[in-house]
Design a protein around this ligand. Sequence first.
Ligand SMILES: Cc1ncc(COP(=O)(O)O)c(C=O)c1O
Length: 524
Amino acid sequence: MKALNHNDAPLYAELLRYAVRKEASFHVPGHKDGNFYRDIEGKVPYGFAEVLSIDATEIEGTDDLHDPEGVIREAQEKAAAFFRAEETFFLVGGSTVGNLALILTVCSEPGDILIVQRNVHKSVLNGLMLACARAVFVSPEHESLNGLAVLPNEASLEQALERYPEAKGVLLTRPNYYGMGRSIRETSELCHRYGVPLLVDEAHGAHYGLHSAFPASALAEGADGVVQSTHKMLGAMTMGAMLHVQGKRIDRELLRKRLAMVQSSSPSYPIMASLDLARSIAEQSGADGWKDALEAAAHIRRELEKLPRFSYVRPSRSDQDNSRTISSNRDGRYTEQDPFKISIEDVEGRLSGYEIQRRIADAGCVAEMSDERRTVLALGPGTWMDDAVRLIEALREMQAEADVHMADSASEQHVSERSSVHRNATASLDQKMFSAISEPVPFDLRPPTASDTVNTEASAGRVAAEMIVPYPPGIPLVYAGEEITESTVAHLIRLREAGARFQGASDASLHTIRVRTSYPAEKR
Ligand SMILES: Cc1ncc(COP(=O)(O)O)c(C=O)c1O
């Protein structure tokens, strides 16, 4: 990598100057520029005091995140220019606080409606609770090959916008945890036709748009407010994230106030400096900065092709070829895959995703997460070819074992049983989604009210007192506070009979459901 100019990262440069000055600190934080740790420095492996020497606070020269006029302002402006936002806000509490602040801004009055993709991160649900908002959930389409949820289609979103013209905005997640997605250009145009902002939780797509190998960023596709976990897919410290905005559909003054509510009044300078530096390095390195990691990703995919035991999640060739012409109403559009997410599956179903994760961990390769079928690997700008080689070595060993097992008929029986549970449960997803658009589901901070247990078959018309998440596919089909409809019950029973398990439900077999005692459904 070419030598980097640290002065391009104004906040980071100021903190280096601060550390070199070694002034006597009579201000917070209490560790006094790391002095507290210096006498144990020889005994700890990582030079903790060094890190803390830039753990500054708001003093002359270091600016103030909540009212930036100096180096933080400059660093945020540079980030906005680089990510092509009109304005960028540094976040020190991850995408979590970005989602909270966006929802609290767009749903400024209790009872406001937000159209929300049904499968969202819990920070979105917490944002809805804090805002006392009502969510109209729109179900995502399931990509047919792997049964994974991608995004709601435009037809469903348009129906929701038609039905709820008072909605304050639409919130989507793209890409999903598996790095899957599609263009949201049409979706942002749709939202704008209805006069509402499109908010995108792009926690897993901080690198989008920075290289031709990555999909376009949500901002480039017209989203109004975008949250990115810079710490996940770029080089920032854990909790370092950014919120980008453009256009006039989001009230920026209110957003600033909401950010000041949900972010600490003592934001971490190392985290903020790492945001500055992550942007600066990505900007200065250009396409070169991605070369090693992209080669490592390509190597893993190439080698996986040679291992018949494994497959990995990718768009079907026809979807990719047609990515520009596929109509919005087509189900399960999945045309974009993040090259840095590789989701590996044992095609024979012998090893679950969790087992694959354990096996590669034994070889010193730690995966991002697993589900029942797949292990998800997250690569990033710090991934090297050595890492890829180590992983492939571990997978090759597992391939060799599979070749031996092939002769074992007893285990074949086991394999086919396990695979059929997956197939059945996934197959039931191919059926028309039960009801793509929910009634408005009220969220608030009141503790749960009294509840009863009823037979699932008798639960239609009651208000759920618990969240029900069938796995597969791992998408909440019912939220606490949501009215259970006839079609929901039918869908839940179909999934139950197909072998799905139900996370979050008090009865994991879902013969019963907990519902609120108040009846009929309370509406705000
Ligand atoms: C889709 C999505 N949104 C938001 C978040 C929260 O991000 P953070 O950990 O940066 O707060 C996550 C975390 O995993 C996520 O997966």
